[in-house]
Design a protein around this ligand. Structure first.
Ligand SMILES: [Zn+2]
Length: 330
């Protein structure tokens, strides 16, 4: 034992060092993978939605993917992430204007409970409640951090990247909102939060009718993929456009069902945009996002409906479905 002991210890120490080096290398590789444009793209997932009723108003074929266009535009940003590392993209599991009985007013950055949260700008702290910290920056910009335990005092000045809070127990994310004047703006717009690269175009799950009109089920896939129990749950596309191509004659011009890319929409528009079958996400239970195209559906003939869904990064997917027997009585 005595002779083995001295050799055993250094070997173990060496082994530990090797493991440590390997771990550091692996985490560095993982960090690099998240920022590299060649990192694996989060695979789009299909959802088994129930936004339409077959045969209630007319019938519809399953949406067929016509084309996908990936944005090649380089995105700029003015501030970094509110969690470390500041210069690396983190998974986002809630988008601005997601359905939450009203429009979701920020983005949900998926991080473990207890994660340290830092101010993205210098400014003055306002403690809004035991779980909400706001930082008033220069001009009329304001940043809000929800579901956190504050680590600063009301009225305190903070520098950029100063610790302000920790994510509260059970939340598993920080809700991050940005206000310019009285407008809640999209942190993921070009010129907002970064670095942020989204390489996954949105998906259309259904095109068809419910008792009210012509509806679409659509979602976007968070990139990078959200880990854990909230993986593969939908976020909203940024823009949804559609047009009708009759069996004979010209296609209509593209119409916009909604544009969520720049700012939060007023609550008064919520029931115009989301149908009543819309359900928000729950842990381990993906929601379904159902949107009105036309209410009531007025087309009195069979036609192809094309739906184009885009995200705030400019990735676009176009789907088509053949709709038959539109009722003229509507
Ligand atoms: Zn939120």
């Amino acid at each position: 034992m005595r002779t083995e002991h001295p050799t055993y210890l250094p070997r173990r120490a060496l082994c530990f060092t090797a493991v440590l080096i390997a771990a550091i290398a692996a985490s560095a590789a993982a960090a690099a993978a998240n920022t590299s444009p060649t990192a694996p793209v989060a695979p789009p997932f299909a959802l088994n939605t129930t936004c339409t009723d077959a045969g209630v108003l007319g019938s519809a074929t399953a949406p067929r993917l016509v084309r996908t266009t990936h944005s090649r535009h380089l995105r700029s940003w003015t501030y970094g992430w509110p969690v470390k590392p500041f210069d690396r993209q983190h998974p986002v599991r809630g988008f601005l204007n997601d359905p939450r009985s009203t429009f979701h007013f920020g983005i949900d950055i998926a991080v473990p409970d207890g994660t340290a949260v830092y101010s993205v700008t210098p400014g003055t702290v306002a403690i809004i409640s035991s779980e909400v910290v706001e930082v008033l920056g220069r001009g009329s910009s304001l940043f809000a951090y929800w579901h956190v335990v504050p680590a600063v005092r009301h009225g305190q000045h903070v520098d950029r990247h100063q610790l302000i809070a920790h994510v509260g127990r059970g939340w598993g994310h920080v809700h991050f909102a940005e206000r310019q004047g009285t407008t809640l703006v999209n942190p993921l717009r070009n010129g907002g939060l970064g670095p942020y690269t989204d390489r996954t175009a949105p998906t259309v799950d259904e095109i068809g009718f419910d008792s009210q009109g012509l509806v679409v089920a659509a979602h976007d896939t968070p990139d990078p993929r959200v880990p854990g129990a909230w993986a593969d749950e939908p976020v909203t596309p940024g823009l949804l456009e559609w047009r009708v191509i009759p069996a004979s004659g010209n296609a209509t011009t593209w119409r916009t069902a909604f544009d969520f890319r720049s700012s939060q929409l007023p609550d008064s528009r919520y029931r115009e945009i989301y149908t009543r079958r819309t359900r928000g996400n729950h842990k381990g239970e993906p929601g379904q996002y159902c949107f009105y195209l036309q209410r009531p559906a007025r087309t009195g003939f069979s036609a192809t409906v094309e739906v184009k869904v885009s995200d705030s990064a400019g990735n676009t997917a176009t789907y088509a479905a053949v709709l038959a027997d539109f009722p003229t009585r509507l």
